[in-house]
Design a protein. Structure first.
Length: 310
């Protein structure tokens, strides 16, 4: 019967239509787009934090003309130290936001799709578990640092423009403000710092959280925290030390000297700061951490393949 059907189809000139295959890069692109659709906190949280900070900055902006007049004639270092605080605070707030959003995202992303059973729909699509999990990994390691850095750069620029308007209205030149706060330089330094210290360096933490998110049936935050607390408790009881908890904490907050700021005590937005990424890229801590991250990601892929909805 099948042979006869094929013969008839060929006789009337009917051709089989091949199912189009979407390129892997396009599948990955749409998988990343999916993360934005399902996790709006990736960009809404940094935007909300920036908006609240900007409101506070507008309140203190009325004192800027008087401060600028009082700083006339002082040396550049003291002048910058007096006017930089709001800009450093904005940058620091974006760093903290990056950490909190990354932790929340990694804990929720694989668990929530099992909790709301949307995993059944996504698994029906021709998208592999590897592509799905890798699209989730790239959010805290690349996408979120880019977003928060861009929002921080825009926030700094708006602050500088508003300050200039207020100063001009008060008859004060804004030129010293722009000279001591070079916007492009500050933005590039901040992006480098967030990418290295708050994305690549804590990558093993994010990998662990993704693994727990794929494994836990409920309360992923509790299951992610308990092993860390247990190991820290055993160490404290047995040796009277807290090296493990200190190590995990410093890894999470990006406390790493090999991000290579010169001088190292400078804040990332300091115009006197220079970047030497070589020591960071060749540091054993970075590559060992990335290998551990890869192991956790591989385990998360395997778990997603066989885990059922909760």
């Amino acid at each position: 019967m099948s042979t006869q059907t094929d013969t008839v189809a060929q006789a009337v000139g009917v051709r089989e239509v091949a199912t189009p295959v979407m390129p892997a890069s396009r599948v990955f692109y749409w998988s990343v787009r999916r993360e934005f659709w399902e996790n709006r906190s990736i960009y809404l949280a940094p935007l909300a934090v920036a908006a609240v900070f900007l409101i506070g900055f507008l309140i203190i902006l009325v004192h800027l003309p008087g401060k600028m007049r009082s700083l006339a004639g002082v040396n550049p270092a003291d002048f910058r130290a007096a006017i930089v605080v709001p800009y450093d605070s904005a940058a620091g707030l974006m760093m903290v936001t990056t950490i909190f959003v990354s932790v929340y995202y990694c804990l929720e992303t694989l668990h929530s799709e099992r909790r709301d059973r949307s995993i059944l729909f996504w698994k029906s699509l021709p998208v592999s578990d590897v592509v799905t999990v890798l699209a989730k990994v790239i959010i805290p390691l690349v996408i979120l640092p880019v977003i928060t850095s861009a929002i921080a750069a825009a926030l700094h620029l708006i602050m500088l423009v508003l300050s200039s308007v207020v100063l001009l209205a008060a008859g004060v030149s804004p030129a010293p403000l722009w000279a001591q706060l070079p916007w492009l330089h500050m933005s590039s330094l901040l992006f480098y710092h967030i990418l290295t210290a708050h994305a690549l360096w804590p990558a093993p933490i994010y990998g662990w959280l993704l693994f727990v998110s794929a494994w836990a049936r409920r309360a992923p935050f509790l299951w992610a925290s308990l092993p860390v607390a247990a190991i820290g408790g055993v160490e404290a009881i047995a040796f009277g030390t807290s090296h493990f908890l200190t190590f995990v904490g410093r890894r999470l907050i990006g406390d790493v000297t090999t991000t290579a700021f010169i001088p190292p005590q400078n804040f990332p937005t300091n115009p006197m700061t220079h970047i030497t990424p070589g020591p960071f890229l060749i540091s054993s801590g970075l590559w060992v951490g990335l290998l551990i991250t890869a192991a956790f990601v591989f385990a998360a892929i395997r778990l997603r393949r066989y885990r059922e909805p909760v």
